[in-house]
Design a protein around this ligand. Sequence first.
Ligand code: SAM
Length: 285
Amino acid sequence: MPRNDIREYHTPTSGIFFVPRRRLLAAKTRFQAMEIYETDSFGRVLVLDGLVQTTERDEFFYHEMLVHPALTAHPKPDDVLIIGGGDGGALREVLRHRVRRATLVEIDEAVIAACRRFLPRLAASFDDPRASLRIADGHDFIRESADLFDVILVDSSDPVGPSAILHQRKFFAALKTRLKPGGVIAAQAGSPVFHLDHLKRKAVFLKRLFRISAYYFGTVPTYPGGLWCYAFLSDRIDPLKPLRKNPPRGLSYYNRDIHRAAFASPQLLRAGAKVPRPGWPAEKE
Ligand code: SAM
């Protein structure tokens, strides 16, 4: 394999690779190593600390599924908060709805600057007058802010480095205090193939924190395992009640049928299910 390939290992002996046409950026920010590549097959690819965050070809699977189940289930999502999401893709999807204000709290302003330059299809969303940007740690912001939100979206990276806190119980407990009555949280939760134990542990504390706590699923071809899990959390809104709004126009993946199907729970997350793990070492978390 040529030496300049982008390789992300999902286990010590398997993963995903891209053959880049060229590297557009390689930088060490205050928080992480950041690279952006141009590829023929997936367009531009953002990599943080060696992990693929997004590609131009398949980002819509992830961003539509993180955003639209919550925003379509909420009757009037005026104020929306995004934690993380420095590439701007989740913000772009939020702004398809009639929101009054979308606040994005990203720890690393270098990610935003790089995505504005190299991933404008995602990051043009930062120029929308309804968007408000804060450079801060998401957990600190939540603890210090007095603002309340109708919908909070957690667009974090994997539970390592600066993102680790965004997967913990104390963070979700703090998020809950920032929700308006009837508010909804949607958070990316990881891979049911590679992070199964982590997902099961998280489900236990999420169920204690929220009256309605459900995992839902969607495909993301370049993420580990190809199938991705998200958490839908609320004290009032049941994602399986008929949706009161139509999804926005112009989407590529999410629709009403996908919404219903996404909340079907695979057997592997149920108690006592047998899941083969031939020769796998510890989970990557
Ligand atoms: N969907 C992507 C994934 O699962 O790989 C994540 C995309 S987005 C680029 C993740 C962003 O979260 C990064 O830009 C990172 O800088 C930001 N981030 C990490 N830890 C954070 C924290 N504690 N507070 C706010 N933003 C954080």
